[in-house]
Design a protein around this ligand. Structure first.
Ligand code: NAP
Length: 290
């Protein structure tokens, strides 16, 4: 008798580049679990309700969701987890007999790699570059699990950041959120944690404005800091290279990718992902590629 394979997949736009199929299919094969993960490129957000109804009917086991649909899918869910409600975005869907549960594992993706540094982060200022969806997941992770003395957002559009800060304050009045411009170097220097939640540093993406997170000639990063870059391509971003040179602890974006994937995998399969072995395989694959 052959076993039936459950289909999982990534919903996004132009996501053939994604490492998620490799991560999930390698984990399922290692554990001999009957799951197969693929990509579903959806051209237009108007097609999302139909796509998800199809998934209900076909019994697709679940999805990851990425840019630009993390917010758009929320209205199609039958239920949202507390995390998805908190950030208004879904990156993981579980199909339970045709009922879709929307979850957010990006929060764990930020929180889990920071666990060894809890004491450094607690009650000290933490800085985040950016004010998009990933920044919001980082705010939620810090607020819930680390309680820094303040969360500083370093942004190019303060009005947008202020709206985001208001949203967080409404839910959590005790959380201190401060908005700074991208040139506020003093405020960056006394953060014990700096997180890049912008695409700056991504391979092949040229930024006309703020081409690097920090100008290298300003010695902002130092050895008492933890520097976390969400960008995972390249593995060693210019921001991480700068931080390494300054003696800071560095956390590459691949750690967030693995941590959020592990959380999603456990939700779909009920089994823990062997993260250390997957990391090894992923590094091998990425360093072999040109
Ligand atoms: P998003 O919602 O589009 O937000 C991007 C943010 O970056 C916005 O705040 C934007 O500012 C800011 N930004 C873009 N270019 C900038 C520049 N040149 N100077 C200053 N700020 C700039 O995207 P997202 O979903 O938050 O994702 C952000 C990054 O995190 C992406 O690179 C994504 O790949 C990465 N990410 C990685 C993981 C992982 O697993 N490692 C998970 C999620 C996201 P404005 O608001 O002013 O436009």
């Amino acid at each position: 008798m052959c076993s039936i394979t459950t289909i999982l997949g990534l919903i996004g736009k132009n996501v053939n580049y994604s490492y998620s199929p490799f991560i999930h299919n390698t984990a399922a094969a290692m554990l001999r679990l009957p799951f197969h993960y693929t990509v579903f490129n959806i051209a237009d957000r108007e097609q999302i309700p139909a796509a998800l109804d199809g998934a209900r009917a076909l019994g697709i086991g679940g999805f990851n969701v990425t840019i630009p649909y993390k917010q758009a899918v929320t209205t199609c869910m039958d239920r949202l987890s507390a995390e998805a409600q908190a950030v208004g975005a879904v990156n993981t869907i579980i199909n339970k007999n045709g009922r879709l549960l929307g979850c957010n594992t990006d929060i764990a993706g930020v929180s889990n790699p920071l666990k060894p540094y809890r004491d450094t982060i607690h009650q000290n200022p933490a800085g985040i570059f950016g004010n998009g969806g990933a920044a919001l997941a980082a705010i939620e992770a810090l607020r819930r699990d680390y309680q820094p003395s303040a969360i500083r957002l370093f942004v190019r559009t303060p009005e947008k950041a202020e709206a985001l800060a208001e949203q967080v304050r409404a839910r959590s009045p005790q959380t201190s959120i401060e908005i700074f411009s991208t040139g506020s170097y003093e405020a960056m220097r006394d953060c014990r944690l700096l997180i890049n939640a912008t695409p700056i540093g991504t391979k092949g993406v040229q930024m006309s404005e703020n081409p690097t997170i920090l100008p290298p000639e300003q010695s902002i990063v130092h050895h008492r800091q933890i520097v976390f870059d969400m960008v995972y391509n390249p593995l060693r971003t210019p921001f991480l290279a700068l931080a390494e040179k300054a003696g800071a602890v560095v956390i590459p974006g691949i750690e967030m990718l693995l941590a959020q994937a592990a959380e999603s995998f456990a939700l779909w399969t009920g089994t823990a992902m062997p993260v250390d072995r997957i990391r090894e395989k992923l590094f091998l694959r990425l360093t072999e590629q040109p």
